[in-house]
Design a protein around this ligand. Structure first.
Ligand SMILES: [Zn+2]
Length: 149
């Protein structure tokens, strides 16, 4: 090891393995900044001319993923800004207290975090989350098919 005893703590020549490998994620071959995928480019660059700055910054910070469900945002997804610590609990509107969530994830989170800015607080509404929507037939269709008559 090459080292010198000068200065406080001395100096030492770093080993090759002391430098952590930071991989650069390559832009996929068929990607273009003009392809209209705002979420992808905002997540990469932290900015996009067609994306509000705060949104792009949060996307980059979250690496394009929703902090609630952990899934990647898609361009068609509805995204909402969430106060990690709710405003009603003293959370401030600053970047470190903001996160981007899917709209449905935001709803889910605010029902549990004690927010007062939604009508349904205190978790008084208990909804069966797994109730299959299609289980109850709403419209009885005829088996013969009218259009063929
Ligand atoms: Zn989500």
């Amino acid at each position: 090891m090459f080292a010198a005893n000068e200065g406080k703590g001395g100096y030492k020549l770093l080993n090759h393995k002391d430098t952590p490998i930071v991989r650069h994620t390559k832009v996929k071959g068929n990607r273009s900044i003009y392809d209209g995928d705002l979420v992808y480019w905002s997540s990469r660059l932290g900015k996009h001319p067609q994306m509000p700055t705060y949104k792009a910054k949060l996307l980059k910070k979250q690496k394009g993923k929703c902090n609630h469900c952990g899934l990647y945002f898609k361009d068609s997804d509805l995204m909402e800004i969430d106060h990690i610590i709710p405003k009603s609990k003293g959370g401030k509107k600053e970047y470190k207290n903001l996160q981007l969530l899917h709209r449905h994830c935001h709803d889910d989170k605010t029902t549990r975090d004690g927010s007062l800015n939604r009508a349904y607080d205190k978790g008084s509404i208990s909804e069966e989350p797994d109730a299959p929507k299609g289980a109850r037939p709403v419209l009885e269709t005829s088996q013969t098919g009218d259009c063929l008559a």
